[in-house]
Design a protein. Structure first.
Length: 268
């Protein structure tokens, strides 16, 4: 068996009848998306490195009648991603949408002080991880003949220098480029590809950064119109809409979900 599967009942909702793969699903935005997408009727295939956390989320979803499968793995490893996509086909019959959300970030070092290993890991997870996911997700969507929807998690750091580490800013810019190029390549085959430009969110990663550097929280929210951090579920709601048929005429978009920071940013 590829992962832990629990299937109970079915739902009607925004994503009714869909099979959706979610990466980075063990915490934060990914975990919120797992719960929300299941509530909206999707069968969710969840992947992240922490198997115990994934299995707990699967059990929570099942307890309220949802359908979920845990496939632990690292998005930076192509074989792990392939295994998750194959599991979606094996257990649920295909793959309709994907939320490629896994990410990695560090704070507190200037470019010349940043270890090469940090650069490598940031790019491997954030860029190669999205590459690996799309490379294996797209053939399944193409083979179905039904099209599909892919949502990649970028960041306000994909638009301008936010004060995050240089490798992180570079990686999130790259995600927007991958998203736009893929949207153009696969649009005539019914596959939509979009990105979320995510603002500061109370994820595990951000909470750890704020714990290390308490002044960061105010710095994060100061440029925003809404002077607070997002909840992970608020980001998940936007991803659910982009995965659904209600966004059927939306592709190649970098959609801000950022409390208004994009409206006031001076850089393009």
């Amino acid at each position: 068996m590829t992962g832990q599967e629990i299937t109970q009942g079915s739902h009607q909702g925004l994503l009714a009848g869909q099979v959706v793969m979610i990466t980075g699903a063990s915490s934060g935005i990914g975990a919120a998306a797992a719960r929300l997408f299941a509530e909206e009727g999707a069968a969710v295939v969840l992947t992240a490195r922490r198997a115990e956390r994934l299995n707990k989320i699967v059990e929570e979803i099942a307890a309220v009648g949802g359908r979920a499968l845990a496939v632990p793995g690292d998005v930076a490893v192509a074989a792990d991603v392939r295994r998750a996509v194959e599991a979606a086909v094996e257990h649920f019959g295909g793959l309709d949408s994907a939320f490629n959300n896994a990410g990695y970030a560090t704070v507190g070092t200037l470019l010349h002080e940043t270890d090469d290993e940090v650069y490598d890991r940031t790019m491997d997870v954030n860029v190669r991880g999205v590459w690996n996911c799309m490379k294996h997700q797209l053939p399944v969507m193409l083979a179905s003949g039904k099209g599909g929807s892919i949502v990649n998690t970028s960041s306000t750091a994909g638009r301008y220098a936010t004060g995050a580490s240089v490798p992180y800013v570079a990686s999130k810019h790259a995600i927007l480029g991958i998203t736009r190029a893929a949207a153009a390549e696969y649009g005539d085959q019914g596959i939509r590809v979009n990105a979320l430009v995510v603002g500061t969110t109370r994820s595990e990663m951000i909470e750890e950064a704020v714990r290390q550097y308490p002044d960061l929280e105010q710095a994060f929210i100061a440029p925003q119109i809404q002077k607070r951090m997002a909840s992970p579920r608020e980001i998940a709601e936007a991803a659910a809409w982009l995965c659904s048929d209600r966004s059927s005429f939306v592709t190649g978009v970098a959609m801000p979900v950022d409390g208004g920071i994009s409206a006031q940013a001076k850089a393009g």
